[in-house]
Design a protein around this ligand. Structure first.
Ligand SMILES: [Zn+2]
Ligand SMILES: [Zn+2]
Length: 96
């Protein structure tokens, strides 16, 4: 099972397990759709990979499979991120 972190690393907006706005990279770095589309442009600031929608976990599973209590709130360094963005944004994730 995936970890399910319940907030956006960049803006700290809440992303509960049944959220349709949560997006993750291969390392489960977790961001809201808004940040991924408008700021990150599908480039993970931690690993350079792309994002996919995080699958929704139905509420009835939450008691048995609780979401992660690990909260990462680490807004991107905009200047540093520009370099990464320039390097990766026009290359599809599978070819970066
Ligand atoms: Zn966000
Ligand atoms: Zn990542």
């Amino acid at each position: 099972m995936i970890e399910i972190r319940t907030n956006c690393e960049n803006c700290n907006t809440s992303l509960p397990p049944n959220s349709e706005e949560a997006m993750i990279c291969a390392f489960e770095c977790t961001f809201c759709r808004d940040c991924v589309e408008t700021i990150l442009q599908n480039v993970c600031p931690n690993c350079g990979g792309g994002f996919e929608n995080r699958p929704v976990l139905r509420n009835e599973y939450l008691s048995k499979y609780p979401a992660s209590d690990k909260k990462i709130f680490k807004p991107i360094d905009k200047e540093k991120f520009q370099e990464q963005l320039k390097r990766f944004k026009d290359i599809k994730p599978s070819e970066r």
